[in-house]
Design a protein around this ligand. Sequence first.
Ligand code: 5GP
Length: 369
Amino acid sequence: MPRVDNDIKLDFKDVLIRPKRSTLKTRADASRFRLSHGRQHDGTNHNVNLQRSFLFRNSGQEYTGIPVMAANMDTVGTFDMAKALGKHSMFTCIHKHYPVEEWREFAGQNKDILQYIAASSGTGQGDLSKLCAILEAVPDIRYICVDVANGYSEHFVEFVREVRKKFPQHTIMAGNVVTGEMVEELVLSGADIIKVGIGPGSVCTTRKKTGVGYPQLSAVIECADAAHGLGGHIISDGGCTCPGDVAKAFGAGADFVMCGGMLAGHTESGGEIVEKNGRKMKLFYGMSSATAMKKHAGGVAEYRASEGKTVEIEYRGDVEVTIQDILGGLRSTCTYVGAGKLKELSRRTTFIRVTQQLNEIFTPFTKEH
Ligand code: 5GP
């Protein structure tokens, strides 16, 4: 007989973060908590410290930065995106389709940014040899992102073990999964940071095509608990539609938050701008959408078991504006709950279940977001 888990599982849209009384009066007041290098990396004048430092369990490597990251999609995780995010000590998982030669060129011109990027790999034929070629061409890359649709297969776990054996000192991100037992298995197999999320993505159709998935907020809460118990870390991957969702993911215990759609459609996102009815548009698509498959000629087929979709979104200009929106929102969240730094956010978060997020009365008349 099929089992039904009657516990309610929550998504970002089901909760809000309760504000908390604190001794911090203003954002400026929080400045005394700021690490001395906070402002220098961040380049802004706000004072809540969004930098985090981690020591990774299996690689033994250390990280310091703002743990918001660009997804390894070819319309998001580009070299240009890495340059823009790197200025803020934010992270980019570079998509797996750049030729080794372009990697060499990028690395030669952008040596300081390399600490904030990962090279991505699937588990398909040729993926591992390409990854090896990239890491050989650019030895300063310290992160590897192994990404498959279904992180539950034995083949995937074996692949992670193999990568760990080949690269004992690289920090390995691996996913995607949504349950604690699989997080533990991957951490014990050599991964440092587990990617969490099945089905929440803006251009993902897994839930529709397969009926499989897990509400993202609950997935993050449960997976963070499992990972942290073993000294591992997690990335909340997918489902963030606004800065408030990014804050909720951190509040739920995510160490990193990965964004696709929120960073798509910008100058740095790759692809052409096309003009339609006087509006500038850009194409954004899932990495297993028909568009991606066509573009990469069969090289993507095994990336996601289920199809992704293709959308045309309005061109949003330089990503810098969106970065400020995300970081500004996060700082404000911290201030509302009395967290002087991002590290304290999850400790100070109480989620309240809600039936409504926004007052939509003027939505049809909105001129800017
Ligand atoms: P977003 O931030 O746009 O909501 O989600 C981004 C995430 O969606 C990516 O990091 C990746 O995990 C997932 N994703 C990207 N392309 C596809 C796809 O074609 N199919 C599925 N199922 N997921 C995708």
